[in-house]
Structure formats: structure tokens, C-alpha cells
Design a protein around this ligand. Structure first.
Ligand code: UD2
Ligand code: MN
Length: 348
């Protein structure tokens, strides 16, 4: 009896080993789906990273980076709806965050300059995210902490460009956007440009940071405005235009110094040339704004509001076709590309 059972067990083990061997021989790609699964697990993990802390993660290049062009060729387009989205995101700015904490958290998923591409599918668009910047390091830290994981879950192929205005002259948000567009294009063939204030963090990762058939206004429901659109013609905060759309409107104006008006001018350009915009709904388009006072040297400029009434006369001479500036420094951080610029403020 015992001998019979032993023979039976032996036979079973042999069949099992034989089947396993056959599986490996005939299914050469077996390691591949497994690899993809491992990558997804990493991405899911990052999805929860706002809820728990992963400690002891260095800046090591993780095994999720796939640069093998043969593997790349076999990748399929990313799905229309990214599979790992979380929906609403918990966001708070009370925690004192440091850039190094953020580097430790997300650095291993990125390539130098704040670049990312999904390892397991091909994104339809290559997106440059442009942030106009001066003396807002704390805001930038919060922004990177929350937005990088969102973009990774969105399976976006993207790069982050922080465009820093040198000196203490009047701030020129719109011109910095144009510079970001021009500089990003020198680096890669981006199809889409997301223009984002540094103090606006999305509260829902279903708000996809990519381009649409029409210029996109993302930040439609900000906590500061009780999650309501401030005005029907508002086009400030976070927006996206494809390369074609941005060229059609001749980009942003370059001549809006100080606070205000430049977002209305872009809206007017779009209405003149493209006629319409698109927006997410007020649930997906929710944002939290980091509270701040008006910055020094960015006081409201009353002449900007007047200028924005004349967009029809100025748009084709003031924009991408009249852009001039000097890059003074470029820093490649793992989390972003920092480009410092002299914006050539006219002397009065
Ligand atoms: C509103 C608009 C913004 C822009 C601005 C007028 C919304 C939600 N926001 O924001 O898009 O049209 O009015 O210019 O409609 N910045 C610096 N350092 C400075 C000054 C500005 O980094 O010293 C950058 C930073 O990215 C900031 C952005 O410029 O988020 C806009 O400036 P703001 O935050 O002072 O303007 P705000 O909140 O009134
Ligand atoms: Mn702001």
C-alpha cells in the first residue's frame, strides 16, 4: 500500500515537472508578463504613497526602468483610461516637506530632469509641464510631492520644467510660459503643454494632464473659490494646449508685467482663433491652492486689464513670434528641469 502511494506521488511529481518545463520552453514570453505585473505593483504602491510612508528608499535606479528598445517596440499604446487611478486624493500642506524627502519618494521612478515614461505601454502624447516660478520653493516641494505620483498613475510620458525669473523685476508669468514652451521643445518633440501655477494641486487624479481636441482648462473648482468656477471666461491656474493649438494663438502675450490679465488675454486668443475650450466637471476638476499673499514685485497691474481688452489687435504681434530672453542657468534635478532666465524687462 505504502509503496503504491509512493509510486503514485512520484508519477504526479514527474508530470508536474514535465508540464512546467514544457510551459517554459513553449511560452518564451513568460517572464515578460510577470515583469509587467511587477512594474504595476510598483505603480500601485506609489498610488498609496500619500497614505503611508515607505522608508529607507534611496535614489537607486529601480528595476522598473525598461530602456531596451526591443521591449519598447513590443509595447502597446496605453489604455484610454489609465487602470491605476485612485480618484479623489487626500492633500494637505501643513506637513513641513523637504525636497530631499520628495526625491527619496519618487526619484527612483524618474529620469534626470523630472522625466517619466510608462514602462509598460506607449503614451499617445509627450507632455511638457511648465511652471512659472520665483521664490516659491516651499510650494514647489508640495506640488512635486503630490503631482509626480498622479502623473505616473496617469501613465503620462512627461517632463517637468520650472522656469525661474531672474532678479527682482516685475514678474511676468505669461512670458515664462512661452519660454518654457520654447525650451522644452529644444529638448524633446513634445506634443502637449500643461501650464501650471506652482500653488495648485489637483484633488482628483482622473483630471488627466494631457491635451484635448480643444484647449483645456483644468483648475475649475478651487477650494479658495468654494470649488466654483470664478468666471465663465476664467482660463487661469492650470491649462493645456497642444503644440498646434499653442501655435495657432501665437502662445501667451509677452508684455503683461505684474499681476493679472495675462490669463484673460490667452482666453481671448483662443476665442478669436479656436472659438472654444474644454473643461473637466466640477468633481474631477477640484484643486487645493496653497495659501499665499501677493508676492513682492508682482503687484496688480491695472494696465494689464486694459490691455486684455485689445487682444484682437495685438495677438499676432505679441507672443511666440516676438519672444526674446536669455537662459542664465539650467539645473537638472531628478524631480524637475530648472531653467533660470533673464526675461529682458524693458527699461522705462
Ligand atoms: C491667479 C491665476 C493665475 C494667474 C494670476 C495672475 C487662477 C486660479 N490663478 O492666481 O493663473 O493668472 O492670477 O497673474 O486663476 N509666481 C511665482 N513667484 C512670484 C509670483 C508668481 O512663482 O513671485 C508664479 C507661481 O507659479 C504662481 C503663479 O505665478 O502660482 C501665479 O501667481 P499668483 O499665485 O500670485 O496668482 P493668483 O494666485 O492670484
Ligand atoms: Mn496663486
Amino acid at each position: 500500500m505504502g509503496k503504491k502511494l509512493f509510486t503514485l506521488l512520484l508519477l504526479y511529481s514527474f508530470i508536474f515537472v514535465a508540464f512546467f518545463a514544457l510551459f517554459i520552453i513553449f511560452n518564451k514570453g513568460w517572464a515578460h508578463p510577470y515583469f509587467i505585473k511587477a512594474q504595476n505593483a510598483e505603480i500601485i504602491k506609489i498610488g498609496f504613497f500619500s497614505r503611508f510612508t515607505r522608508s529607507g528608499q534611496g535614489n537607486e535606479t529601480s528595476e522598473v526602468q525598461v530602456n531596451d528598445s526591443a521591449v519598447e517596440d513590443s509595447l502597446k499604446p496605453c489604455p484610454e483610461t489609465p487602470p491605476n487611478l485612485l480618484g479623489p486624493i487626500q492633500v494637505e500642506f501643513e506637513t513641513n516637506r523637504f525636497m530631499d524627502d520628495v526625491r527619496k519618494k519618487v526619484g527612483s521612478f524618474l529620469q534626470m530632469g523630472g522625466r517619466y515614461k510608462p514602462p509598460d505601454c506607449i503614451s499617445k502624447q509627450k507632455v511638457a509641464i511648465i511652471i512659472p516660478f520665483r521664490h516659491r520653493h516651499e510650494h514647489l516641494t508640495h506640488w512635486l510631492y503630490y503631482v509626480h505620483p498622479n502623473l505616473i498613475r496617469q501613465q503620462l510620458h512627461y517632463g517637468i520644467y520650472v522656469i525661474n525669473q531672474d532678479g527682482d523685476g516685475k514678474f511676468n508669468r505669461a512670458k515664462l510660459m512661452n519660454i518654457g514652451y520654447a525650451e522644452a521643445l529644444k529638448e524633446d518633440d513634445y506634443d502637449c503643454f500643461v501650464f501650471s501655477d506652482v500653488d495648485l494641486v489637483p484633488l482628483d487624479d482622473r483630471n488627466l494632464y494631457r491635451c484635448f481636441d480643444l484647449p483645456r482648462h483644468f483648475s475649475v473648482a478651487i477650494d479658495k473659490f468654494n470649488y466654483k468656477l470664478a468666471a465663465i471666461n476664467n482660463f487661469g491656474g492650470v491649462t493645456a494646449l497642444s503644440k498646434e493649438q499653442f501655435l495657432i494663438v501665437n502662445g501667451f502675450p509677452n508684455t503683461y508685467w505684474g499681476w493679472g490679465g495675462e490669463d484673460d488675454d490667452l482666453y481671448n486668443r483662443i476665442m478669436l482663433r479656436i472659438k472654444s475650450i474644454s473643461r473637466p466637471d466640477a468633481v474631477i476638476g477640484r484643486y487645493k491652492m496653497i495659501r499665499h499673499n501677493r508676492d513682492l514685485n508682482n503687484e496688480q497691474n491695472p494696465s494689464n486689464a486694459k490691455k486684455a481688452k485689445e487682444t484682437g489687435k495685438t495677438w499676432d504681434q505679441d507672443g511666440l513670434n516676438s519672444l526674446n530672453y536669455t537662459v542664465t542657468q539650467t539645473i537638472k534635478d531628478i524631480l524637475f528641469t530648472f531653467i533660470a532666465v533673464d526675461v529682458h524687462e524693458p527699461t522705462e
